[in-house]
Write a protein that binds this ligand. Sequence first.
Ligand code: GCW
Length: 658
Amino acid sequence: MTDVDRHPAWLPPEALRAVGSRRTVVRGAGTLVDTVAAEVARACARYGGTVHRDDAATPVDLVLALAPSGDLGPEGYALSRDDGVTVVRADEPPGLLYGFFHLVRLGESAFESARPVERHAPALHRRMVDHWDNVAVHPVMGQVERGYAGGSIFWRDGALRADLDRVGEYARLLAACGFNAISVNNVNVHLTEAHLLTDRLGDVAAIAERLRPYGIRVHLSVSFASPVILGGLPTADPLDGRVRAWWAATTRRAYEAIPDLGGYVVKADSEGQPGPFRYGRDHADGANVLAEALAPFGGVVHWRAFVYNHRQDWRDRSTDRARAAYDHFTPLDGRFADNVIVQVKHGPIDFQVREPVSPLIAAMPATRIALEIQATQEYTGQQRHVCYLAPMWSEVLRFAAGPTVAELVDGGGLVVVSNVGDDPFWTGHPLAQANLYAAGRLAWSPDRDPMSILDEWLDLTFPPGTTGDPDLVRRALHAVMDDSWRTYESYAAPLGIGFMVRPGHHYGPDVDGYEYTPWGTYHFADRDGVGVDRTRATGTGFTGQYPPPWRDVYESLDRCPDELLLFFHHVPYGHVLRSGSTVIQHIYDTHFAGVERVAEMRRQWAAVADLVDPRLHARVTERLDEQMRSAEEWRDQINTYFSRKSGVADAHHRAIHR
Ligand code: GCW
């Protein structure tokens, strides 16, 4: 078995058939150019083409050339076809690598008719995957925190894996969808993992070596308390001279071992992680001391804005978790060093299936902001449910209050929490691969249509020759995946309320699971109504964190979009939505409809049983069975809960348990 057979994903050999059957010349020097040449050579060995380096071998069908002209940018490329020759040209090696993968996506069509010159360059320069992988298995969170695809591809039982071949395969997959950075350990940095910065740096260097041929730079999650835990200092106070000196010296050593280290990722003063608050300092003080240490080497600090009180008293109605990131960070705008990137989750709470866009993103014009999204499906079915998330991410990236979110995160980029593990299909649910793929493609071009990205992933994953009937397979997968995010939403927590999940593992329904906990995630359902009043008029005032027009749209009961109604308002069950339905009837209707849609997804998938790899078909079938069971459980718990609370009957008299 080849690696690809063992770990099927986008880019099986078949996807390179068009390139591999041509006569190609590769011009230029450098690691990434060598990678391109090796890719072409491997494809040629299989499909009969030829490849030459730097000579003027003629005739050729394809030229892949590093030819600095200064007009394409560090990662850009130009593609054209003239006189029977297809040409990919780049100013710098990363551009040639990305241009090569573009060519692969085009397949045969890259060699058909003439093409005028097209130029391509990424919209966002920082396109990063964050792993929440632990080195040592965590007693509660396991090897990968919120991981639903087996163990870590980097770490195993407290050590670096002996065989890192799979990391090389991963780098290739990431480069092919456009990522250029990765952080290799959990943002919750436990003691073992803290040592990656010092005595276990060799492990990180070994990973960096496998990622480098595909242009992926390594970043490291570090503990803010490192000067104490690793350096033996009595304090980690960022304004203490010894602490500054420790970070400077430690960072210098890190760059000696890994000259292209990207920098650090920090979760500070968040869910028990240490941070500057302990010393009476703020997050700008904290981030800047690391930034100062990284600056001489061109490194950056990704400083997470996920800071809130997780020891809240549920009786306290004045604290609103949604407000926390904005309240903590906006006063610091302008104080962060140039190489600090404040990394903001896309919603104000925590990766729920539906949240408004975080108001913090538009509120720090003098700070570099990165958008953090979550491919690992913590709250969206944990890779047991199909949930193609690109439509949600695309809505976030296109959201505008003046500039779009994509424009606002220009300086910081896009960061996606990985959904990958050592599972043979990489992501547990084979179809969850599309989320990682789409995250990379959206980081490259945030205005891409998520459905065309899905097409691209389908073409690269199930190229003709690997399935019995590519068109039928494509139609079935579209039927299963296109609306899967909205389907999930329809049977999970309704109308933007979120967090009706089982505490701890976060899978499956538990309407009151978080209602009386310290986590700040409440729905306030009673016999009369449900939802969180976040208005300025009568609630927590969160709506005031948005710029116009959103501060008024969300404030207004009439103008607030239905899907976010309960995020912003507490309303009676009889409240009439913009759709014309009442809140309670909407809850019943969507929960019945969602389960029906899952049943239809199963039928669609069953129809392609003989057309795709049997292992893959079996895996998806098994997951769809579980999705069906779980969706029914969601439907029944949510409907029963609200029917009991409200006493309102379903207008269509369907079965609701009482
Ligand atoms: O959603 C929460 C998760 C935690 C995670 C945290 C974070 C890594 O439940 O497991 O910790 O978010 O983003 O820091």
